[in-house]
Design a protein around this ligand. Structure first.
Ligand code: SAM
Length: 478
């Protein structure tokens, strides 16, 4: 039986390794020969291959290549992975696309390197939950692709174990899934927008762009990290080609790269980087003068000088990502920028509740808020914090009253009006939601653009105003 050591000593090993890395792009293995050899050994034993040369020939047979790919790829994924990125999609990217595409009423999304499907399904649930009314009558398609056929089969079943929900809010599975033994299957009504297709990012024609219709949004997260610089750059160019004018690209947390994505406009949304394809590109360092602000006509953000920042070196984040943003489990602050930064000493007790929430201790955080509110029912910030904790704890019915109390106590609490707008929108109370977003704009009118919003984790008045305008624009749609 062939062993990893024998594979490493085989004179054709390097040839075999090169062929595999060329096919998959997985430069990740270039310095991990022991790991690669032990994965190879499993397939070579299964096929009875005694030498690397003979196994290399077997790889001409696509099913064997698929089986080897299944050995080599790493399919780590879960629902709402990096919740902050989904929050950025919810706050800015999706509203922008809905505004942009309102005449065509069509939305095309590509989840490239989707593994077993948690990512495209998370997107579907986000669209359904937060933009359902705006998307009524729209033609929505979310295509998940991957090089690993076995992952795709699994993804099509929409079946997940508990591990896939490790960062999902309580009650999430009960709301959208049905139990199947130890696993959960996503209910059919939430899968209809999503389809899956085999695709190798290194060598296949992308399913969007070119002769096919372009994508409005591409998520390619935690895939490029495994590629070497050459394939990374080539893939970035292909993703650019696959996007529609004004379309968006979101890569994994550690994957933004100013040089590789220099054609794109770099946009910071509450500390998260997103890339937008704009005609004529943007002027980036080394390519001419930097454009600090897109023209209104170029972007659905119109006058946004807040949510959007053109690529200049180094990209000036509006709310710089901190270690908190990548901590696991997903902090409540990741879902709600308002909770990200503990408030100063005067607010210490509310800050304590926030810290508990950030640590995933929802029940304790909620309890702390109740104690706080028992001591002083007049603390608007405590009611607001409580509302966000309730929302994240799946207690949707109690969110609105808590926000109402915060607003009652502090009529000028812009962020509470904003969240109330989101809450009412979700409940399809459109007229009232419009009123809330309008309140936000009215309140912010007399405030300085670059000043931070109270309890807003560095988000500025101009940014919040832009978000409110985008949500108002959504509400204007027929
Ligand atoms: C770590 S998972 C990321 C899953 C998901 N995007 C996420 O962030 O949760 C990486 C995925 O990239 C896929 N992949 C690796 N090389 C690929 C290639 N050349 N073409 C397409 N997919 C590839 C792997 O099969 C795996 O499913």
């Amino acid at each position: 039986v062939i062993t990893a050591a024998a594979i490493l000593g085989d004179s054709s090993y390097l040839l075999l390794k090169q062929a595999i890395l060329e096919h998959t792009g997985l430069a990740y293995y270039s310095g991990k020969d022991d790991d690669l050899a032990s994965r190879l050994a499993r397939r070579m034993i299964a096929r009875g291959a005694r030498t690397c040369g003979s196994y290399l020939k077997m790889l001409d047979d696509p099913p064997e290549m698929d089986l080897l790919v299944a050995e080599l790829t790493i399919g780590e994924t879960y629902f709402f992975r990096h919740a902050e990125q989904f929050e950025a999609l919810r706050q800015a990217v999706i509203p922008d696309l809905l505004t942009r595409n309102r005449a065509r009423r069509r939305l095309r999304i590509w989840s490239a390197g989707c593994a077993t499907g948690a990512e495209p399904y998370s997107l579907a649930l986000l669209l359904w939950q937060d933009f359902g009314p705006a998307l009524a009558g729209w033609d929505v398609r979310i295509v998940g692709t991957d090089i690993n056929q076995a992952f795709l089969e699994r993804a099509r079943e929409a079946r997940f174990n508990e591990w896939a929900f490790r960062e999902a809010p309580p009650g999430f599975t009960d709301q959208y899934f049905v139990r199947a033994g130890k696993e959960w299957v996503l209910r059919r009504e939430f899968t209809s927008w999503v389809s899956f297709r085999h695709h190798n990012l290194v060598q296949d024609e992308p399913p969007f762009g070119g002769h096919a219709e372009p994508a409005d949004l591409i998520l390619c997260r935690n895939v490029l990290i495994y590629f070497g610089p050459r394939i990374f750059a080539r893939t970035a160019a292909r993703l650019w080609d696959a996007l529609a004018e004004g379309g968006w690209l979101v890569v994994g947390h550690s994957e933004p790269n100013q040089q590789v994505f220099s054609e794109f406009r770099t946009v910071q949304i509450s500390g998260q980087t997103a890339y937008q394809k704009l005609a004529g590109g943007v002027a980036n360092p080394g390519r001419g003068p930097a454009i600090s602000r897109p023209k209104a006509a170029e972007s659905g953000f119109a006058t946004a000088n807040a949510v959007t920042v053109a690529a200049t070196a180094p990209a000036p984040a509006i709310a710089p990502p901190t270690s908190r943003t990548v901590r696991r489990p997903a902090p409540v602050s990741a879902l709600h920028p308002a909770l990200k930064t503990p408030q100063p000493a005067a607010d210490a007790t509310v800050a304590g509740a926030r810290r508990l929430a950030d640590g995933g201790k929802w029940q304790e955080a909620a309890r702390r808020c109740r104690v706080l509110l028992g001591a002083s029912t007049l603390d608007a910030a405590a009611h607001f914090t409580y509302a966000l904790i309730l929302e994240h704890s799946g207690r949707a019915g109690e969110v609105q009253p808590a926000l109402e109390r915060a607003i009652y106590l502090d009529r000028e609490f812009a962020l509470a009006h904003f969240y109330m707008g989101l809450c009412l929108y979700r409940r399809r109370s459109f007229r009232k939601a419009r009123r809330c977003f309008q309140n936000v704009l009215d309140l912010l009118r007399s405030r300085r653009d670059d000043e931070p919003v109270p309890h807003g984790d560095g988000i500025t008045n101009a940014e919040l105003a832009e978000l409110a305008r985008m949500h108002l624009a959504l509400l204007e749609q027929p």
